[in-house]
Design a protein around this ligand. Sequence first.
Ligand code: GAR
Length: 213
Amino acid sequence: MKSVVILISGRGSNMRSIVEAGLGANVRAVISNRPDAGGLAYAREHGIATAVVDHTQHPDRAAFDHALAQEIDRHAPDLLVLAGFMRILTPGFVEHYAGRMINIHPSLLPAFTGLHTHRRAIEAGCRIAGVTVHFVTGELDGGPIIAQTAVPVLAGDDETTLAARVLAQEHLLYPRVVRWFLEERLTLQHGRAVLRDEATPAAGALTAPGADD
Ligand code: GAR
Protein backbone atom coordinates (compact mmCIF):
# COMPACT_ATOMS: atom_id res chain seq x y z
CA MET A 1 0.00 0.00 0.00
CA LYS A 2 1.37 3.41 -0.94
CA SER A 3 2.15 5.62 2.00
CA VAL A 4 1.81 9.25 2.96
CA VAL A 5 3.39 11.51 5.57
CA ILE A 6 1.48 14.71 6.34
CA LEU A 7 3.11 17.89 7.66
CA ILE A 8 0.99 20.35 9.64
CA SER A 9 1.55 23.50 11.66
CA GLY A 10 -1.89 24.07 13.15
CA ARG A 11 -5.43 22.76 13.44
CA GLY A 12 -4.92 20.19 10.69
CA SER A 13 -8.39 20.23 9.15
CA ASN A 14 -6.99 19.31 5.73
CA MET A 15 -5.10 16.39 7.27
CA ARG A 16 -8.36 15.36 8.86
CA SER A 17 -10.21 15.52 5.54
CA ILE A 18 -7.66 13.10 4.05
CA VAL A 19 -8.13 10.65 6.93
CA GLU A 20 -11.91 11.00 6.79
CA ALA A 21 -11.91 10.37 3.04
CA GLY A 22 -10.77 6.82 3.82
CA LEU A 23 -7.04 7.33 3.33
CA GLY A 24 -6.12 7.00 7.02
CA ALA A 25 -4.52 3.60 6.49
CA ASN A 26 -2.10 5.16 4.02
CA VAL A 27 -1.02 7.87 6.46
CA ARG A 28 2.16 6.65 8.18
CA ALA A 29 2.72 9.77 10.25
CA VAL A 30 1.63 13.32 10.95
CA ILE A 31 4.54 15.61 11.77
CA SER A 32 4.34 19.18 13.05
CA ASN A 33 6.89 21.93 13.54
CA ARG A 34 4.76 23.19 16.44
CA PRO A 35 4.27 21.15 19.62
CA ASP A 36 0.87 22.80 20.16
CA ALA A 37 -0.56 22.03 16.70
CA GLY A 38 -4.19 21.08 17.25
CA GLY A 39 -4.14 18.41 14.54
CA LEU A 40 -1.68 16.23 16.45
CA ALA A 41 -4.33 15.14 18.96
CA TYR A 42 -6.71 14.12 16.17
CA ALA A 43 -4.00 12.02 14.52
CA ARG A 44 -3.10 10.31 17.80
CA GLU A 45 -6.75 9.55 18.52
CA HIS A 46 -6.93 7.84 15.14
CA GLY A 47 -3.91 5.64 15.77
CA ILE A 48 -1.59 7.56 13.47
CA ALA A 49 2.03 8.06 14.54
CA THR A 50 2.86 11.68 15.34
CA ALA A 51 6.09 13.58 15.81
CA VAL A 52 7.16 17.14 16.50
CA VAL A 53 10.26 18.66 14.93
CA ASP A 54 10.25 22.05 16.60
CA HIS A 55 11.81 24.69 14.35
CA THR A 56 12.63 26.86 17.38
CA GLN A 57 15.01 24.16 18.59
CA HIS A 58 17.23 24.38 15.50
CA PRO A 59 19.79 27.08 14.75
CA ASP A 60 18.82 27.65 11.10
CA ARG A 61 16.54 26.49 8.29
CA ALA A 62 19.05 23.97 6.98
CA ALA A 63 19.40 22.27 10.38
CA PHE A 64 15.64 22.19 10.85
CA ASP A 65 14.99 20.81 7.37
CA HIS A 66 17.65 18.15 7.90
CA ALA A 67 16.04 17.01 11.15
CA LEU A 68 12.60 17.11 9.54
CA ALA A 69 13.72 15.02 6.56
CA GLN A 70 15.23 12.44 8.91
CA GLU A 71 11.95 12.13 10.76
CA ILE A 72 9.97 11.90 7.50
CA ASP A 73 12.29 9.36 5.90
CA ARG A 74 11.97 6.96 8.83
CA HIS A 75 8.53 6.30 7.34
CA ALA A 76 9.76 6.15 3.72
CA PRO A 77 6.61 7.79 2.34
CA ASP A 78 5.68 7.68 -1.33
CA LEU A 79 4.07 11.10 -0.95
CA LEU A 80 4.72 14.06 1.36
CA VAL A 81 1.61 16.17 1.91
CA LEU A 82 1.92 19.73 3.21
CA ALA A 83 -1.37 20.55 4.92
CA GLY A 84 -1.14 24.01 6.43
CA PHE A 85 2.60 23.56 6.99
CA MET A 86 3.74 27.15 7.40
CA ARG A 87 7.50 26.96 6.85
CA ILE A 88 9.66 28.06 3.95
CA LEU A 89 11.67 25.03 2.83
CA THR A 90 15.31 24.96 1.79
CA PRO A 91 16.26 24.02 -1.80
CA GLY A 92 17.91 20.81 -0.59
CA PHE A 93 14.71 19.68 1.13
CA VAL A 94 12.58 20.53 -1.90
CA GLU A 95 14.96 18.66 -4.20
CA HIS A 96 14.93 15.59 -1.96
CA TYR A 97 11.14 15.30 -2.33
CA ALA A 98 10.87 16.51 -5.94
CA GLY A 99 7.83 15.03 -7.67
CA ARG A 100 6.48 13.54 -4.45
CA MET A 101 5.62 16.60 -2.34
CA ILE A 102 2.35 18.52 -2.72
CA ASN A 103 0.88 21.59 -1.04
CA ILE A 104 -2.54 23.16 -0.70
CA HIS A 105 -2.85 26.93 -0.91
CA PRO A 106 -6.01 28.96 -0.31
CA SER A 107 -6.03 31.02 -3.50
CA LEU A 108 -6.26 30.53 -7.24
CA LEU A 109 -2.53 30.51 -7.92
CA PRO A 110 -0.58 32.21 -9.32
CA ALA A 111 -2.67 34.97 -7.69
CA PHE A 112 -2.07 35.68 -4.01
CA THR A 113 0.93 33.62 -2.99
CA GLY A 114 1.94 33.95 0.67
CA LEU A 115 -0.26 34.97 3.58
CA HIS A 116 -3.67 36.67 4.06
CA THR A 117 -4.95 35.41 0.73
CA HIS A 118 -8.64 35.96 1.48
CA ARG A 119 -8.23 39.52 2.74
CA ARG A 120 -6.12 40.37 -0.29
CA ALA A 121 -8.63 38.81 -2.71
CA ILE A 122 -11.46 40.86 -1.17
CA GLU A 123 -9.37 44.04 -1.18
CA ALA A 124 -8.52 43.46 -4.84
CA GLY A 125 -12.22 43.25 -5.68
CA CYS A 126 -12.00 39.65 -6.92
CA ARG A 127 -15.34 38.08 -7.87
CA ILE A 128 -13.83 34.60 -7.71
CA ALA A 129 -11.48 33.05 -5.18
CA GLY A 130 -10.51 29.46 -4.54
CA VAL A 131 -7.97 26.82 -3.72
CA THR A 132 -4.98 25.31 -5.51
CA VAL A 133 -3.13 22.04 -4.99
CA HIS A 134 0.32 22.02 -6.54
CA PHE A 135 3.60 20.16 -6.60
CA VAL A 136 6.17 21.90 -4.42
CA THR A 137 9.20 23.45 -6.06
CA GLY A 138 11.72 25.98 -4.80
CA GLU A 139 9.36 28.87 -5.58
CA LEU A 140 7.04 29.79 -2.68
CA ASP A 141 3.50 28.65 -3.57
CA GLY A 142 4.75 28.44 -7.14
CA GLY A 143 5.06 24.82 -8.26
CA PRO A 144 3.14 23.12 -11.09
CA ILE A 145 -0.61 23.32 -10.52
CA ILE A 146 -2.39 19.98 -10.12
CA ALA A 147 -5.99 21.04 -9.46
CA GLN A 148 -8.04 24.06 -8.51
CA THR A 149 -11.56 24.80 -7.31
CA ALA A 150 -13.11 28.25 -7.61
CA VAL A 151 -15.71 29.75 -5.29
CA PRO A 152 -17.59 33.04 -5.65
CA VAL A 153 -16.71 36.08 -3.58
CA LEU A 154 -20.10 37.30 -2.38
CA ALA A 155 -21.20 40.83 -1.54
CA GLY A 156 -20.64 41.33 2.17
CA ASP A 157 -17.95 38.67 2.42
CA ASP A 158 -15.21 39.26 4.95
CA GLU A 159 -12.01 37.28 5.45
CA THR A 160 -13.79 34.80 7.73
CA THR A 161 -16.75 34.00 5.50
CA LEU A 162 -14.60 33.70 2.38
CA ALA A 163 -12.05 31.53 4.18
CA ALA A 164 -14.82 29.18 5.31
CA ARG A 165 -16.19 28.87 1.76
CA VAL A 166 -12.73 28.12 0.38
CA LEU A 167 -11.88 25.71 3.22
CA ALA A 168 -14.96 23.60 2.48
CA GLN A 169 -13.59 23.14 -1.04
CA GLU A 170 -10.06 22.43 0.27
CA HIS A 171 -11.50 19.50 2.19
CA LEU A 172 -13.01 18.06 -0.98
CA LEU A 173 -10.08 18.73 -3.30
CA TYR A 174 -7.07 17.60 -1.26
CA PRO A 175 -8.21 14.01 -0.62
CA ARG A 176 -9.03 13.64 -4.34
CA VAL A 177 -5.53 14.72 -5.34
CA VAL A 178 -3.87 12.50 -2.73
CA ARG A 179 -5.90 9.57 -4.03
CA TRP A 180 -4.83 10.30 -7.63
CA PHE A 181 -1.21 10.15 -6.54
CA LEU A 182 -1.68 6.95 -4.54
CA GLU A 183 -3.39 5.37 -7.55
CA GLU A 184 -0.33 6.29 -9.62
CA ARG A 185 -2.45 8.48 -11.88
CA LEU A 186 -0.70 11.72 -11.01
CA THR A 187 2.91 12.50 -11.84
CA LEU A 188 5.20 15.45 -12.35
CA GLN A 189 6.64 15.34 -15.86
CA HIS A 190 8.90 17.99 -17.34
CA GLY A 191 7.65 20.59 -14.88
CA ARG A 192 3.92 19.91 -15.46
CA ALA A 193 1.41 17.96 -13.42
CA VAL A 194 0.01 15.11 -15.50
CA LEU A 195 -3.11 13.18 -14.57
CA ARG A 196 -3.71 9.88 -16.30
CA ASP A 197 -7.42 9.27 -16.65
CA GLU A 198 -7.99 5.55 -16.51
CA ALA A 199 -11.70 6.08 -17.18
CA THR A 200 -10.98 7.03 -20.79
CA PRO A 201 -7.88 5.09 -21.84
CA ALA A 202 -9.05 5.01 -25.46
CA ALA A 203 -8.95 8.77 -25.54
CA GLY A 204 -5.20 8.77 -25.23
CA ALA A 205 -5.03 8.16 -21.52
CA LEU A 206 -4.02 11.72 -20.80
CA THR A 207 -6.35 14.41 -19.58
CA ALA A 208 -6.09 17.70 -17.80
CA PRO A 209 -5.72 17.49 -14.03
CA GLY A 210 -8.94 18.60 -12.43
CA ALA A 211 -11.17 16.61 -14.79
CA ASP A 212 -13.95 14.65 -13.11
CA ASP A 213 -13.00 11.26 -11.82
C1 GAR B 1 -5.49 26.01 4.90
O1 GAR B 1 -6.42 26.98 4.52
C2 GAR B 1 -4.39 25.89 3.86
O2 GAR B 1 -4.85 26.05 2.56
C3 GAR B 1 -3.47 27.01 4.28
O3 GAR B 1 -3.45 26.96 5.68
C4 GAR B 1 -4.71 26.44 6.14
C5 GAR B 1 -4.42 25.29 7.06
O4 GAR B 1 -5.61 24.85 7.66
N1 GAR B 1 -2.16 26.85 3.72
C6 GAR B 1 -1.39 27.87 3.34
O5 GAR B 1 -1.71 29.03 3.48
C7 GAR B 1 -0.06 27.47 2.74
N2 GAR B 1 0.56 28.56 2.07
P1 GAR B 1 -5.66 23.41 8.35
O6 GAR B 1 -4.51 23.35 9.34
O7 GAR B 1 -6.98 23.40 9.03
O8 GAR B 1 -5.54 22.37 7.27
